[in-house]
Ligand binder design. Structure first.
Ligand code: LMR
Length: 397
């Protein structure tokens, strides 16, 4: 039977991770997969996570199943974290959350939900977008369309082109938006642009699907959720996929959630019943360990403070790396314009180089990034800034 299958090429992001691991060079620099690294190049277990984990292991009395919805105390805490306690959808009991295996699990379950509700659903994603959005959403049978998002010449959001395209999307179509720290460009909507988008979505009857995978990596936990909160207030229905891979560093534990905002308490209860059936039919129940850690951190005031401080330290370190890289490139290039590396938010920015240059950076300079030139700046250390800047300038000349 399996002779019908052709071998597939490597995943655009995970393939880079594998190539980096296989490179024996002590000089190698990993700007590939989106994980945070500290100044020594390690992806640490946060202190708040270590403490929570110790408590959980000490108190745990069973490994029995939880439920397809995961932990209810986790789901409640996630709604507060994403929307805030006073959000109209929260006060009106018009939002549900279901724990999922990471943000990927949330995105896929949400896509399956959209397809269950309307089999011909079209979804518009930004151009460019995170490589895995395409299989996660398209694999559920949604029809994928692109809207322009980034102007590579100015290294800024191409907002007018984005609006122009979305104005032409038919009512009922879904629009995927990155809540903050756009992956792969780092170019985010500002507050005024979020207002324009919210008005457009509501007037045109488009359904927002918000991907919030980097909450806390741009401004802070509340600041990074502002766009999501605004949209969830202005439209009757939306979906939100969130992830705790990055902001709690729980990558391999697979902790995320799908939130659905609807028109009434009864409507979101119906939505929830479908979400649970979809979850049951794919993975049955989400893994528990990471969500148990998250609950401990979200609900214990002291641990939560530790988390907020650790998250701020991660964010500030990435911002510092952005500044250092821009400065080094400016210096070595004799004053080139690299302001966008400082201006953009979150882990990623695009180098703006061809796949051939990206290959050259890898083969000659041991610098790893995805073929589209996406650089994970959280992978930089003070020691790798200068070699990277020199490599970029030599490879792009
Ligand atoms: C990334 O964008 O590199 C991360 O979100 C990891 C992944 O799964 O692609």
């Amino acid at each position: 039977m399996f002779e019908t299958l052709n071998r597939l090429s490597e995943d655009a992001i995970l393939g880079v991770m594998a190539k980096y691991r296989a490179d024996p060079s002590p000089l190698k620099i990993d700007l590939g997969v989106g994980v945070y690294r500290d100044a020594e190049g390690h992806t640490p277990v946060l202190e708040c996570v270590r403490t929570a984990e110790r408590r959980i292991v000490a108190a745990q009395v069973t490994k029995a199943y939880v439920a397809p919805a995961g932990r209810e105390e986790f789901n409640t805490a996630v709604v507060e974290l994403v929307l805030g306690r006073e959000h109209p959808a929260v006060r009106g009991r018009r939002v549900i959350a279901v724990q999922t295996p990471g943000g990927c699990g949330a995105l896929r379950v949400g896509a399956e939900l959209l397809r269950a509700a309307a089999p011909d659903t079209s979804i518009h994603v930004s151009d460019p977008t995170w490589a895995n959005h395409l299989p996660l959403l398209g694999g559920a049978g949604l029809r994928l369309h692109r809207y322009p998002y980034y102007d590579a010449a100015t290294h800024r959001l191409g907002f007018d082109a984005m609006i122009e395209r979305l104005e032409r999307a038919p009512a009922g179509d879904v629009v995927l938006l990155h809540g903050c720290c756009h992956n792969p460009t780092g170019a985010d909507l500002d507050a005024a642009q979020w207002r324009v988008i919210a008005e457009l979505l509501s007037r045109r009857g488009l359904v927002p699907y918000l991907d919030l995978a980097y909450q806390g990596f741009g401004v802070d936990l509340d600041g990074d959720a502002e766009g999501v909160r605004l949209i969830a207030d202005r439209v009757p229905e939306c979906l939100i996929a969130t992830s705790f891979s990055k902001n709690l560093g729980l990558y391999r534990e697979r902790v995320g959630a799908l939130l659905a905002v609807g028109t009434s308490e009864a409507r979101v209860a119906t939505i929830r019943s479908h979400v649970l059936q979809i979850a049951r039919s794919i993975y049955s129940m989400p893994p528990d360990h990471g969500a148990a850690i998250a609950v401990e951190i979200f609900t214990d005031p002291a641990l939560r403070q530790t988390w907020i401080a650790e998250l701020a330290a991660m964010r500030e370190r990435v911002q510092a790396m952005r500044r250092l890289l821009a400065g080094s490139l400016r210096r070595h290039s004799g004053g080139g314009d690299y302001d966008h590396f400082e201006r953009q938010r979150g882990m990623f920015s695009l180098l703006g180089a061809s796949p051939a240059v990206v290959e050259r950076l890898r083969d000659e300079f041991h610098v790893y990034m995805t073929a589209d030139g996406r650089m994970n700046l959280a992978g930089l250390t003070p020691a790798s800034i200068e070699p990277l800047a020199q490599a970029i300038l030599r490879a792009t000349r």
